[in-house]
Structures are given as C-alpha cells and as structure tokens.
Design a protein around this ligand. Sequence first.
Ligand SMILES: [Zn+2]
Length: 337
Amino acid sequence: MLLTCDDAWFGGWRGPSILRIEAGRLSYGGPADGTETDGQLAATVFAPFTDSHVHLGLVDPGALVVGGIGRVVDLGWDPALSTSWPTRGTAADSGWPEVSTSGGLLCAPRGYPSRSGWAPAAAALEIADRDAARTTLEGLQDHGATVAKITLNSDAGPVWDDDLLVAVVDEAHRLGLPVVAHAQGLGQTRRAARAGVDALAHTPFSERLDDDLVQDIARRMTWISTLDIHGYGSGGVAFDTAVDNLTRFHAAGGSVLYGTDLGNGPLPVGLNGRELAALSRAGLDLDAILRSLTPGSAEASFDTRLVTVLPGPRPTTVAELAQAAVATLPELLAGAE
Ligand SMILES: [Zn+2]
C-alpha cells in the first residue's frame, strides 16, 4: 500500500513523498512523482522521534507514545525484565514505543549503579575480568540486547582500569554491539574515548573538556544529550558545563542524539521541550535537532510501525515540534483522503 504526503523527514527533508506500508511496517518510498497511491495525507510525516536514553522500568511506556516519542533506547534495567519488553516486531496496537535495549549495565565490582537507589540490584552487572564480560554480553545479546551499556562513574564507586575497560569494549564490539558509556568524574570521558567507546549516555558535565579532546572525539563518538537532567534554566554549573561541551562538540561535527535519561528525576514523559530548547542553546538548528531525533532514518533499510506526524507544511521553528504526535499505521491510514 502507498500513501502520498505533503512533506517527509527520513534522514533529511524529502519534500512531497510516497510512503510504503507493507506487513505492518512503513518505509520511505521516494519522491511523489505522480504515481497513483492509496491515499493523500495533508501532513508532514517524520521517522518516529526517538529518545536515545530512557529507563522504561521507571516510566509508563504508553504515556511516552502519547507524549510524542515513538522509539526509545532503554539504557539499563533488570535484564530479566527489560529483555522481555516488546521489541520492534510488536503489534500495531500494543501502545508501546519501538524498543531497543541494553538489558543491564556493565560496571566494575561495587561500581555505579550497584549501590545507587534508582536501579534494581539486578540491573548492575559487575564485571571483574574479560571472561565475565564476554559471558555477560553474550547472554544479554541472546536475550535481545542490541547495545552494550557500561559505566565509568568515578564519582559513585570504583571503575575498571584501562586494560579491563578496553577488554570490555572489545568484547562488545566482537559481538557487533555498539558501546554506550555513562562517563562521570574527572578524566572519564577521555578514558572512554581512548578505549573506543562509541557513544556517551550523557553530554559530559563533570568538567569542561579541552578543545583538543573535543575535536578528537567529535570524529568518532556520538553523544546523547540529556541536558535537562541538570535542570534547564536552573543556572546550575553542571548544565552550563554540559551546554559548553556540547556547543563545541556539535560545532566540531560531532554526532548528537536527543536523549533525556527519562525515569531519573522529574522529566516530562514524552518529547521534552526543555531538552529541545537546551539543544538550541548548544547551537543545534532545527535540522540538526531533527537529525538528533531520528537516528538511523537515512538508511534505505529503515522501517517502522510508528511515525511522527505534524499537520500541514514542514515546520520552520523548533517550538512547532511540540505539536508533533505519534501515529500508528492504522491511524495514519485513517487520516488519509
Ligand atoms: Zn540513564
């Protein structure tokens, strides 16, 4: 089945477009070229807005979808629970966002978050050597994890030495799992970068990174924003430090993903307007923010059972994104003429 829409965002602006729906999944079908389709949408259709850092064990997944988020990456919970959550193949009417998960969080023995209040004890997977890292990561992957979450938080407990850190990252990469690190404490961002970590779960906020380091890691790392965890508009040092680091990282060409660490602290469940405003503060324009919200959507193989929709022509301001809503494919079809 084919639909036409006024405008579309899949990895970039596409203009008037054809959307293809097959077996419960939607994919980008190319520019509208006069081909007869099954319906016309007077709307702009986006790849589903994605929060790349959530903890679904702490929030209502259905409320996230109602709030405008269609896809999430869960970065740590009790893997016995999180690996049983519905993944991308789930039914259209499940009410869930599309979920990718890390399962648990790999950490040094007694390391963060093994003694923190927010995570269940089973979420912290304490790793003392390379063999334990391999076995643990294989087990997580067998149960559906598609990303490895590690912690390097010297503010809240022990961290691995460089040798074991590199070994853990290598074992994840050997399995094809990208590595996302919670890096906190002086020097931990540099250590993560040297070890080959692919992404940071938070924009670094413990210290102002020097320009050389920012330039270096902008070429090979992705940062997940999470600026509002520090309280947008609070005037706090951590917020200002994070915005300063992100401003320079983005200017140097670094890849930024929208993420909120949803579940930790009093954040709105859904698309967070304060996070978007903070991204603007760091110099991301509307297109850069849309890229941060739609990872993977430039790939030809990208498909989804949820999309984000804005009525009317393409937005020209970040504030307009607050009106975006998630639609299932049956809802999308019902809105076509
Ligand atoms: Zn988190």
